[in-house]
Write a protein that binds this ligand. Structure first.
Ligand code: SAH
Length: 272
């Protein structure tokens, strides 16, 4: 057993003697000012239902419970649960669920927010699971790796496949960057808090066709879009050329230069 140490701990007092499991992404947020930034970005009200993924030792959970109506905290690591329960004693509006956020069904939640310091190995997968639900969260405020946050929030001319996949469902913004010093144990990389807000109105698109085109377009990001689309969709280049021209796109353009509207336009005019 290793005793926790490091400056990140001082602001919240020492957690119990616990051995964090690297493979579960256990880097707990230990700085009150960073927790406050997450809480503020969540615009919480006393009637809100919050889903937290990976409560860990419960420092964020406590603050969420104080500002919202109810918190459902889903933690995979059964070994943490006694300490977690102990730390959250007295809070009547916290429900701890031992489960795997990659498998738990979220179909039955209504009018809820997701606020979490995500386990990084599973972050993009968890984000996609929520965004693709019919009953999407009203808002997500998430701690992710800095580089993942930047990829999610990127804009042309640096668009990424991940950015298109998230922004088609949500308005994505970086709230702030967070130093690795804010966590115990200290991870190798810095983090970012991102806010995925609702798209009003929601965009209408044919999901299968849209992602087939976007995936083909990004298959080799350094290559020109025309070549990626021709090989990815198995169509002659002449046809792709007409298609790009119809969408007022340059023939030498690359996937990363296209806006979300460009991709929607391509999907709309496919085969027409
Ligand atoms: N939110 C906490 C801890 C973040 S670390 C804090 O701010 O202090 C990520 C947490 O997610 C860890 O507690 C880890 O055990 C948990 N976790 C890892 N994989 C998970 C999964 N698939 N489903 C739910 N929780 C998971």
């Amino acid at each position: 057993m290793k005793k926790p140490s490091g400056q990140g701990l001082k602001s919240l007092g020492n957690p119990q003697i616990i051995k964090p499991q690297k493979q579960l992404g256990q880097h707990w947020l230990r700085q009150k000012n960073v927790i406050n930034k997450i809480i503020n970005a969540g615009n919480l009200e006393k009637t809100d239902l919050v889903i937290e993924i990976g409560p860990g030792l419960g420092d964020l959970t406590k603050e969420l419970a104080q500002k919202s109506g109810k918190v459902i905290a889903i933690e995979k690591d059964l070994n943490l649960v006694p300490d977690l329960k102990n730390n959250l004693q007295g809070f009547k509006n916290i429900e701890i669920v031992v489960g795997d956020a990659l498998k738990t069904s979220f179909e039955n939640f209504k009018d809820y927010k997701v606020i979490a310091n995500l386990p990084y190995y599973a972050a993009t997968h968890i984000i996609r699971r929520f965004l693709e639900l019919a009953n999407k969260p009203e808002l997500m405020v998430l701690m992710v790796q800095k580089e993942v946050g930047q990829r999610i929030c990127s804009q042309p001319p640096n668009m990424t496949l991940l950015a298109v996949s998230v922004q088609i469902y949500a308005d994505a913004k970086i709230v702030d960057y967070v130093s690795k010093q804010a966590f115990w144990p200290k991870p190798k990389i810095d983090s970012a808090i991102i806010r995925l807000g609702p798209r009003n109105p929601e965009l209408k698109f044919d999901k299968i066709l849209f992602f087939k085109i976007v995936r083909a377009g990004f298959s080799q990001p350094r290559k020109q879009l025309i070549n990626n689309l021709a090989s990815g969709l198995g169509l002659p280049k002449s046809q792709i050329k007409d298609w790009l021209l119809k969408n007022k796109l340059r023939l030498d353009t690359r996937a990363e230069s296209l806006s979300l509207e460009n991709w929607l336009g391509l999907a709309k005019t496919f085969a027409s």
